[in-house]
Design a protein around this ligand. Structure first.
Ligand code: HAM
Length: 490
């Protein structure tokens, strides 16, 4: 057992609390995601956070950074080597095999959502615990699946108010990739190029040569500028599949860039691989991808299943939310409460509890501050939550069988018959939501017969995020020179 020190206990490095005031971004994100996921027919899967370490050694790949440097793994009390998941993909494939999902109508479309763990060096946008929304489609080799996944990710980010750009490549298959690797190695072995590569690339040269291409080192990038490109080595099938994905994206106006050096950091990919970035982002920053994914037709077989094609992606939610906050994109404000119930005195509080429940059961959006005693404090709370009306019940009103209704915007108060409170509230809200100049009708009040004219603004009803820096909409069918050059060569 470690010694218990007297120092205040703080968060671990690379971990973050998500405070109540930030939950609105998470709710907004998941709300938008669920609409898309339901429309496209994805079913939720929840997996254990801990799996056998072998799942990731085999699945994610021994030579990936995630496995070789970043795994949170340990021996459990039974002596089994286990790992806290660094990604969802191998776990979902394991579940697909273990539950015999091959026998279901194919493809099976999954989504999973939750924390993943990588013991990386924490920095801006890079955490040790972060959350992913992960989508996997298992059991179809049709490239339309790749296009659908890209479109879902793209539309989701757009719907949050972010202008994004897809970067994509095809990294070939076990048929065509070896020839490309040979050619790449030949290029690097000649003219002393290999010697000028960074230590990491020299190590990858033997262990994981394709990964050299996305090295962020300036000097390595220079060397790879003139290197052979995988698009020139794709077999007919890979070429055809990739072209079909691009055609779909063109058709739907998805903004993309071909990136011949995009290879992804996990071992299982083949064919279409993609990442999504914020348009105005600095693409040289290695931690700036918001989404990463691609096809992985060999993984189910590697994990012991029958050969089954698959494709998927994951969104890094912390990165996404920090971009939204940087760009001052505010989620729409939740519908404000219609009614705030305020009380004065213990008997009135008891009655207010009952009234609160009745209002809720009639479908009104209600708020309260029953733990506060003073009326001033309670009305301040009513103001801060944006209630349209407050109902105020004190000892006197209890005796008189009345209640006070206060228009929170105008401050006008009236005494109404307690038995008619539901009807009055409904009527007032109906009038308020019409967002026009209205008359406060006092026909239910015990005293006073004048009609007071006040301005009441209706609910904003806004559903779209507010992007204060919103740039003009994305271009349709971009045809940057790079895209055209690469497509022509395919
Ligand atoms: P990945 O590229 O490792 O792919 O991660 C996906 C996304 O997770 C990244 O684009 C990024 O937004 C976020 N992310 C990654 N590492 C960190 C970190 N240390 N801190 C914060 N956010 C991070 C995968 O995980 C694959 N399983 C995706 C996939 C699904 N491919 C096929 N299916």
């Amino acid at each position: 057992m470690p010694r218990i020190s007297n120092k205040p206990i703080q968060l671990l490095k690379g971990f973050k609390d998500i405070l109540p005031e930030h939950q609105k971004y998470w709710d907004f994100f998941m709300g938008k995601a669920l609409v898309l996921l339901q429309s496209y027919g994805y079913g939720r899967i929840d997996l254990p956070v801990i799996e056998q370490t072998n799942l990731y050694l085999k699945g994610t790949g021994k030579h990936t950074d995630i496995v070789s440097k970043e795994l949170y793994n340990f021996e459990d009390k039974g002596g089994e080597n286990v790992t806290v998941r660094p990604e969802f993909t191998p776990g979902i494939c394991r579940a697909y095999i273990e539950h015999g999902m091959l026998n279901r109508p194919q493809p099976v479309k999954f989504y999973a959502y939750g924390p993943v763990f990588r013991h990386d060096n924490p920095q801006s946008g890079r955490f040790r615990q972060f959350n992913q929304l992960d989508l996997e489609v298992i059991g179809s080799e049709n490239p339309v699946v790749d296009a659908e996944l890209i479109i879902i990710a793209y539309r989701l980010l757009e719907s949050l108010g972010l202008s994004v750009e897809v970067r994509l490549n095809s990294i070939g298959c076990p048929e065509c990739r070896p020839e490309y690797i040979t050619s790449l190695k030949q290029y690097l072995s000649s003219g002393g190029r290999k010697k000028s590569l960074c230590e990491n690339c020299r190590e990858r040269y033997t262990k994981n040569p394709l990964r050299m291409l996305d090295c962020k080192n300036e000097q390595c990038q220079q060397v790879f500028k003139e290197a052979p490109q995988i698009v020139d080595f794709l077999c007919d099938q890979c070429k055809k599949n990739f072209m079909e994905v691009l055609e779909q994206l063109d058709d739907l106006g998805v903004l993309y860039q071909l990136d011949v050096r995009l290879v992804r950091g996990l071992d299982y990919y083949n064919g279409t691989a993609f990442e999504i970035y914020l348009k105005q982002d600095d693409l040289t920053k290695s931690q700036s991808a918001l989404v990463g994914g691609g096809r992985y037709d060999g993984l189910i077989e590697i994990l012991g299943g029958r050969p089954t094609p698959a494709s998927g992606f994951a969104i890094g939610i912390e990165r996404l939310i920090s971009k939204m906050r940087e760009l001052k994109i505010e989620p729409p404000i939740h519908k404000k409460p219609d009614i705030f119930v305020a009380q004065l005195g213990s008997e009135a509080r008891k009655e207010c509890f009952r009234l609160f429940e009745r209002l809720m059961s009639r479908g009104f959006k209600v708020a309260e501050a029953f733990s506060k005693d003073g009326l001033k404090n309670q009305l301040e709370r009513a103001d801060s939550v944006g209630a349209k009306f407050s109902l105020i019940l004190g000892q006197r009103e209890l005796l008189d069988k009345t209640i006070i209704i206060r228009d929170m915007q105008s401050g006008i108060q009236e005494i109404i018959n307690y038995d008619k409170v539901m009807d009055v509230v409904s009527k007032r809200l109906e009038t308020a939501s019409s967002s026009v100049k209205v008359y406060i009708d006092k026909d239910n009040a015990n005293k006073g017969s004048d009609k007071n004219e006040v301005e009441i603004s209706g609910p904003s009803g806004k559903d779209e995020p507010i992007d204060k820096n919103k740039k003009p909409k994305y271009k349709l069918n971009p045809s940057s020179d790079d895209n055209e050059r690469t497509i022509n060569r395919l």
